[in-house]
Design a protein around this ligand. Structure first.
Ligand SMILES: [Zn+2]
Length: 402
């Protein structure tokens, strides 16, 4: 019983901690903006940002309260083990059933929140472009992909632990690392399930980007435009692939940003490639996976943890669930470290672009991106340290100009 209470307390503290971070950011909203980003918002836009922030904040507080309340009830009444017990004759079938029930439940629970977020808040501030049809298709696709991946992973891990006991931990670490590699190798394939990619039309932008690739010896597989505008007005771009790179630009970017700004964004991306940031980030991600799976091993070696929630012995899916509930201090620490590394890499990529003469265009692009996405220009330093993978706009501008 004491273990169960400790786990529930940990879950409550995690949610309170999130509220504290939001409150910290609140305390910075009233402070004057840094000098170098004062021109990002005019007064109208600034008021719009304040309202957008208030609406989003109230909504996410309500969402957290409801989800946390339901999760607590599920834990208190041992719902996991009750569902698992419906098919007591085979643990693989019971697990698949348990996973499906929870995924269906989570999906249904998320629909009203996601609907409100898209069609009320994002709509009110002009971000939303999603139609009901795309909205429903997205939910179905995410559910199918999520279920297949979760069921596959949990089944294989169950098998490994049953077969090799504690050695199973080692195999699981290797398996999850390979799985992560697989997901990042095929990230574009996954994206294609949700979006349409069309080759960038011949013209000035294509010539400029191709020349940029030649200049920095980046082998190019193709330049594509992604139809992000079918969901949102926000803009993004990325560069993926190992030996040969695929460049993807949101149509929102191509249609609304000057070619100079887009090229500057890719000069920044190639800065990442030049410094081999992807590979270096990956090592840390692998280390993180290894530590988390070791923690899973600890939970599995203490059957009393699963037993205090009504299971007869250990349950692999539930052990995962418990791990994600109690590992937040560890995850927060890992986020803190990985975000610190990431912010350092962002400075390096910016410096690369600046040294190559794209500094001012990059600043222009970053300002426009912040304005279009209604970004918080004055977040609390503690929140930045814990949660931001990028330095603040003001910090980046300062560094680029130096
Ligand atoms: Zn970057």
């Amino acid at each position: 019983m004491i273990i169960k209470i400790l786990i529930l307390i940990s879950y409550v503290i995690e949610n309170i901690f999130d509220f504290v971070l939001v409150k910290l950011n609140d305390s910075y909203v009233k402070k004057p903006l840094p000098e170098n980003v004062k021109d990002v918002y005019d007064e109208d836009k600034y008021n719009k940002w304040i309202n957008y922030r208030n609406d989003s904040k109230k909504f996410s507080a309500l969402q957290t309260l409801i989800s946390a309340g339901i999760t607590l009830l599920i834990y208190i009444f041992n719902v996991h083990s009750k569902i698992f017990g419906i098919f007591p004759f085979n643990q693989y079938i019971s697990n698949i059933f348990l996973i499906l029930v929870f995924m269906v439940f989570e999906t249904i629970l998320s629909i009203p929140f996601s609907y409100y977020s898209n069609f009320v808040i994002e709509e009110k501030y002009g971000f939303n472009k999603t139609t009901i049809k795309t909205f429903i298709l997205d939910i179905i696709k995410e559910f199918v992909i999520g279920s297949i991946l979760t069921i596959g992973l949990v089944s294989v891990i169950t098998f490994l632990f049953e077969m090799f006991h504690n050695w199973g931990i080692l195999f699981t670490i290797v398996l999850v690392i390979l799985f992560n590699l697989f997901v990042s190798l095929f990230s574009l394939t996954f994206l294609k399930i949700f979006n349409k990619f069309t080759p960038l039309e011949d013209g000035e932008l294509k010539t400029m980007l191709t020349e940029l690739c030649e200049k920095y010896n980046v082998k190019l597989k193709g330049i594509y435009v992604m139809d992000a505008s079918k969901r949102t007005t926000r803009a993004n771009a990325f560069c993926t692939g190992f030996a040969k790179k695929t460049i993807s630009l949101d149509d929102n970017l191509v249609n609304n940003y000057s070619n100079d700004k887009i090229v500057a964004v890719f000069a920044h991306e190639f800065g990442h490639a030049k410094h081999k940031h992807t590979v270096r980030t990956m090592w840390f991600a692998f280390f993180r996976i290894a530590i988390l799976i070791l923690s899973l091993g600890v939970i599995l070696n203490f059957p009393i943890i699963c037993q205090s929630f009504g299971f007869e012995g250990v349950n692999y899916f539930f052990a995962f669930t418990i791990l994600s509930t109690i590992s937040w201090p560890l995850s927060t620490l890992f986020d803190f470290i990985s975000n610190k590394i990431s912010r350092k890499f962002e400075y390096q990529a910016d410096a690369f672009a600046a040294k190559e003469g794209y500094g001012e265009s990059l600043i222009g692009a970053l300002k426009q991106l912040s304005r279009d996405a209604l970004t918080n220009l004055n977040p609390h330093p503690f929140v930045v340290a814990l949660e931001h993978s990028h330095p603040t706009l003001s910090q980046r501008i300062d560094a680029i100009r130096k």
